[in-house]
Design a protein around this ligand. Structure first.
Ligand SMILES: Nc1ncnc2c1ncn2[C@@H]1O[C@H](COP(=O)(O)OP(=O)(O)O)[C@@H](O)[C@H]1O
Ligand SMILES: [Mg+2]
Length: 212
C-alpha cells in the first residue's frame, strides 16, 4: 500500500488516539518542570485536527499535514502548539504535490519538521526540548533510508532513536521553554515535549500502510 492521503489521515487519527491515551502521563511530566498542561494542550490540538481533516479522496498527503498544522497552531496555547504546528507545516512543504510518499520523502518530511522547530524555537540538541527526540530521529531515518531501508524501517529506526533521545533528557538542565525557569531543578525529569515527539513517531512506525 503506498503512503497516500488515506494512510496519512489514518496516521493522524492514530496519533490523536495515542495522545488521548497518554495525555495524563504527558501532563504529569509537565507538572514536574512546567505548568502541567502539555498533555491537555496536545490532546486539544489533535482533537481539533480530526475535525479539520480533508476528505482523503481528494487530498494529497501535504493537505492532511497542513490541516493538522492549522489546528495545532490555532488550538494549542502553549509553546508546543506553534512548534508542532510549524513541524507539520514544514513536513507538508517537504512533500508538496506528492500523491504518495516513499521512504526518502518520509525522511525528508521529518528533517523539514526538525528544521522548522529549530528555526522557530532556537533550541539546540541538549537543551531538553522536542529537538532532543526529533534530531536523533531524523538522523536515524536518513541513515536507514541511505542503507536501503523502506519507510517502515526508517520510522522504526527514528522511533527508537527518539525514545533514546527523550530518555537522555532526564539528567539535562533545560535551556529553553518554561522548564528553563527552574534552572538546575529541571534536572532529573524527562522532558514532556521530547516524550510526546517520541510517542508520535512510534505511532507512525506502527501505522498500517507505512510499508513504502
Ligand atoms: N524553544 C523550544 N524548542 C523546542 N521545544 C520546546 C521549546 N520550548 C519548549 N519546548 C517544548 O515544549 C514542551 C512544553 O510544551 P507545553 O507544556 O505544551 O507548552 P508550555 O511550556 O507553554 O506550557 C517542553 O517540554 C519542550 O519539549
Ligand atoms: Mg506546559
Amino acid at each position: 500500500m503506498p503512503i497516500d492521503a488515506a494512510v496519512v489521515t489514518a496516521a493522524v487519527r492514530s496519533c490523536a488516539d495515542v495522545i488521548a491515551e497518554h495525555r495524563h502521563e504527558l501532563t504529569k511530566l509537565d507538572s514536574a518542570i512546567g505548568d502541567a498542561d502539555h498533555g491537555t494542550n496536545l490532546h486539544r490540538g489533535f482533537q481539533a485536527a480530526l475535525v479539520r481533516l480533508p476528505d482523503p479522496g481528494d487530498a494529497l498527503p501535504a493537505d492532511v499535514l497542513k490541516a493538522v498544522s492549522m489546528a495545532l497552531v490555532s488550538k494549542v496555547g502553549g509553546a508546543s502548539g506553534p512548534l508542532y504546528g510549524t513541524a507539520f507545516l514544514r513536513a507538508a512543504g517537504a512533500v508538496d504535490g506528492a500523491e504518495h510518499l516513499d521512504a526518502s520523502q518520509v525522511a525528508d518530511a521529518l528533517a523539514a519538521a526538525l528544521a522548522g522547530v529549530q528555526q522557530r524555537g532556537k533550541a539546540e540538541l541538549g537543551d531538553k526540548t522536542i529537538v532532543d527526540a526529533l534530531s536523533p530521529a531524523v538522523d536515524a531515518a536518513r541513515a536507514s533510508v541511505d542503507a536501503g531501508g523502506g519507510a517502515r524501517e526508517a520510522l522504526r529506526a527514528a522511533a527508537d532513536a527518539a525514545a533514546e533521545g527523550a530518555e537522555a533528557t532526564i539528567p539535562l538542565v533545560a535551556r529553553k521553554g518554561r522548564a528553563s525557569y527552574l534552572g538546575e531543578r529541571s534536572a532529573g525529569h524527562k522532558d514532556p515535549g521530547a516524550t510526546s515527539t517520541t510517542l508520535l513517531i512510534q505511532t507512525l512506525a506502527e501505522q498500517e500502510g507505512c510499508e513504502a
